[in-house]
Design a protein around this ligand. Sequence first.
Ligand code: ITT
Length: 196
Amino acid sequence: MSVIELGLVTSNSDKLAEIASLLPKGYEIVRLDVGEVEETGSTFEENAALKAIAGLRDCAIALGEDSGLEVEALGGAPGVYSKRYGNSDPARIERLLGQLQGVEPRQARFVTVIALARRGGVTELFRGEVQGTISSAPCGRNGFGYDPVFVPDEGDGRSFAQMTRQEKGHISHRGRALAALVQRLRSASDLGSENG
Ligand code: ITT
């Protein structure tokens, strides 16, 4: 069986590893290094597209992924600024918990948008979301980013950081966006063989 290689523009090795572990047989993810892509968009869609299109420099087909956490009580913040909310994962979590001190309810959602760009073609977008709540203290050591304080509604009370990669991916924003992308790739005879 031949393997279809998908190039993803990212500097985030956790994202890459999650996607690699969730792709079905027959697909492989590789990192496309096109240098820093400035995230000037105001939506996940815009930023994902910017990253994917930057990848067309090296590949006929390229993927970009933008994701983040939207907290209802904070009017959707940090949103597209999730990465820029602090200098490290612990600093970002500390800032978030500080802002939510004494705040109820603590509903939030993770969003991922994957963009699929093709030379000379339109850029397609695939969105995945997962609803949950922000806990009052971090819990768990798996995953990355805000995982220790995000408890998905569809789970059993554990945070994403207390789940295995497969458990998280089964219900996560990234898993869902990826499933939509894979469905598109499978239904398309116009994709998959023109890369390189
Ligand atoms: P790129 O190079 O792909 O842009 P990045 O880390 O800058 O990597 P984003 O701009 O998409 O990625 O920012 C996503 C941030 O949102 C990420 O750094 C985390 O803080 C947070 N985040 C996204 N997905 C997450 C997840 O599954 N679990 C926890 N935090 C997540």
